[in-house]
Design a protein around this ligand. Structure first.
Ligand code: WTA
Length: 659
């Protein structure tokens, strides 16, 4: 296509923002020609490309023999086999001798303004070694799992790095999950130790956390020890023989700051992170040592263009994959300065983020569309109270960013000039897969643009044939990459069926997408029964099983309802047992019930009681119809297979009363 034609077709999709040429000289990838060349090289010689990246980015105790062994049938993927390394070594020790010893590794801003802590690489190293020695004293050995259920405090990063130092895989459970969700995740990973805190500080409140841990541990026989960080200062019950305080342990006389790193195999498990899928039980996504860290560091370098004197801030919670890869592992592997914030964007006022940007002179800022939409609603005046001129690069993750939010972000935070990298990826991919390169890629608001070099992202039809431009299809990746998940913890069968059965020889993302005429990717959202609430993945089946576990419920169906700020919100159809009153109290009870079963993020916003749900004659609930109802669409498509079409009319009436 000629350049002229290209530009014409780009404009059809809306505005295009060209990269800032004055920044190209210093960038890792300087132009689209650079990108194309690197992409081509990586696709033609993946082993050469990724082998080089792994050596450039990480320090290895001994070299790997083979870059990649891939078997899609089993499936089994091994990256950098034979190589020995350690994640804590790469994130800390090597920076002590490369000139970064006194550089800030972590800048932590607590929820109260006066709570700020800065750790240099040396200080973080000392704390991590001391805490690793505490874990050792508690009997934690290579291969043992450690569960972390903690607020956004430095001890969380310290605990993660201490685990990796010993080769003990961590399993972080987001502190917003309930005791029941925590219990099932601990049980699945069979963790020996739980690390938690007395409380979470959030929006001016002290929310007790330890009681949830206590409740969960009633039914977790694998956990022998529980280490508690004092954060809120609230009263907690300590169980003799099981519970101890972080500060007592780390300050004990026999704890030194000398703790050698375990030499781990590249394919040794690094961490497990549970994520929702299309069945009721969350999947323990397993990432391993060498490939994950290479990929986290590689993508942090290319996508965020991190330089040594940058202050980089990703606003995610470390309890999610974004926090793992882009607050802790990617930035620290590169020796960057990473900001970690305990609070929320709207407290005490909706300018807290901008106040923090100004305070630390943040250069690179990475957040989620839901945050942007929420702040948009508060009005752009709030963005004007602080000096945002330190910023040079903005990022977005978690869900498609609607062009309106993109443009607001660009104008009000980016001063109409900064690049926005819209990064598509998943817990399973370990790192960013499709994204603009900030000083090379022309940007189109709402498009994640192009796959990163070496990422074989394709959009295909159900039969595997390539989708045409502008035809929606399945987003798959048909070459391995170092950051890919290696298994579902304890369930290889599920690993295979979920990710590798749909499209032989490829990884199935579960997302729908389309290309435009320029080959730009536009992500359309999940194709399975997963909904995206404020960038958090929730399995509808998980919420449904929580609802039907209630004694008064016979049946439940959950769908995502479009929501202005959250992207989607949870809408539940519930059939009650005969004789149970479908009143407001019942709605309240069920909401409380789901909070308790899973956590506040899973609470349905709407609960509609229904005498019956639309089912096929074989008894399958037709979710398509339920989705159409909450979207307010009158067009239900073909409903001729419904056993009883009249239920739809009743449901539409009920929906009108509710929303
Ligand atoms: C969605 C978060 C569009 C997508 C890193 C994916 C996105 C799911 C984007 C993974 C984006 C994430 N544009 N959709 N930039 N980023 N998603 O595992 O549906 O929490 O499958 O990983 O979020 O969510 P997860």
């Amino acid at each position: 296509m000629s350049d002229e034609k290209k530009i014409e077709s780009m404009q059809k999709d809306g505005q295009v923002f060209q990269p800032d040429e004055s920044m190209q000289g210093q960038a890792w990838i300087k132009s689209m020609a650079d990108y194309e060349a690197e992409h081509e090289r990586a696709m033609n010689d993946p082993e050469g490309y990724w082998g080089e990246r792994a050596k450039d980015l990480l320090s290895w105790f001994s070299d790997f023999d083979k870059v990649l062994e891939a078997d899609y049938d089993k499936p089994e993927f091994k990256w950098f086999a034979g190589g020995k390394t350690n994640v804590s070594y790469n994130c800390l020790d090597r920076h002590l001798t490369n000139g970064r010893r006194n550089k800030a590794a972590l800048i932590w801003q607590g929820e109260p303004e006066e709570d700020t802590r800065v750790y240099s690489y040396q200080m973080l190293h000392t704390e991590v070694c001391r805490f690793a020695n505490v874990l050792k004293k508690k009997g934690v050995k290579r291969g043992d799992r450690v569960a972390l259920y903690m607020p956004m405090i430095p001890e969380l990063a310290i605990a993660m790095l201490a685990c990796t130092r010993l080769g003990a895989p961590h399993s972080i459970v987001f502190a917003g999950f309930s005791s029941i969700a925590l219990q099932s995740r601990i049980e699945d990973s069979e963790a020996r130790v739980l690390i938690t805190a007395d409380a979470v500080l959030r929006a001016g409140k002290t929310i007790p956390l330890k009681p949830n841990a206590d409740e969960a541990l009633k039914d977790c026989p694998s956990v022998e020890q529980c280490i508690v960080v004092k954060r809120g200062g609230n009263d907690v019950d300590m169980v003799e023989g099981r519970d101890c305080w972080w500060h007592d342990e780390i300050n004990a006389e026999d704890i030194t700051s000398d703790c050698p790193c375990e030499e781990m195999d590249a394919e040794d498990p690094l961490f497990i992170l549970y994520t929702s899928g299309s069945t009721g039980k969350p999947k323990g996504v397993l990432h391993t040592t060498g490939g994950y860290l290479t990929y986290a560091a590689h993508t942090t370098q290319y996508v965020f263009d991190v330089k040594d004197d940058d202050v980089y801030w990703c606003t995610a919670d470390v309890g999610w994959i974004t926090g793992h890869s882009y607050i802790v592992y990617g930035p620290l592997a590169l020796g960057a300065t990473s900001v970690m914030f305990e609070g929320v964007p709207s407290f005490p006022k909706p300018d807290r983020y901008w106040q923090i940007v100004d305070k630390f002179k943040v250069n690179i800022f990475y957040t989620a569309p839901t945050v942007i939409r929420a702040l948009m609603r508060e009005g752009e005046e709030w963005t004007k109270h602080y000096d945002l001129s330190s910023l040079r690069l903005l990022g977005s993750v978690g869900e498609p960013i609607n062009p309106e939010a993109w443009l607001w972000y660009h104008k009000n935070i980016g001063g109409g000039r900064l690049p926005i990298v819209d990064t598509w990826w998943q817990t399973e991919t370990g790192g960013i897969m499709i994204s603009a390169l900030p000083y090379a890629t022309p940007l189109k608001p709402g498009s994640a643009t192009r796959p990163l070099p070496g990422i074989a992202a394709k959009i295909v039809r159900r039969d595997g044939s390539p989708a045409d431009p502008n035809e929606g299809g399945h987003l798959i990746i048909d070459k391995p990459w170092p950051g890919m998940l290696r298994n579902v913890w304890g369930d290889s069968e599920r690993y295979k069926t979920t990710y590798f059965a749909g499209f032989p020889g490829a990884y199935e993302s579960g997302d729908g997408a389309r290309y435009d005429d320029d080959g730009y990717f536009w992500i359309m959202g999940r194709l399975d029964d997963v909904i995206n609430v404020s960038g958090h993945r929730m399995g509808t089946a998980e919420i449904e099983s929580a609802l039907v576990a209630h004694e008064d419920v016979t049946e439940a169906a959950v769908v995502g309802m479009p929501h202005e700020v959250k992207g989607e919100t949870i809408y539940a159809y519930v059939t009650l047992k005969a004789g149970v009153e479908p009143d407001d109290d019942m709605v309240k009870n069920l909401k409380i019930w789901v909070r308790k079963e899973i956590g506040p993020i899973a609470t349905p916003e709407f609960i509609q009681f229904a005498d019956g749900l639309p089912k096929t004659r074989s008894g399958k609930i037709m979710r398509r119809v339920l989705r159409k109802i909450v979207e307010g669409s009158g067009d239900f498509g073909d409903t001729s297979t419904l056993a009883d079409p009249s239920v739809v009319t009743d449901l539409v009436e009920g929906n009108k009363d509710l929303v």
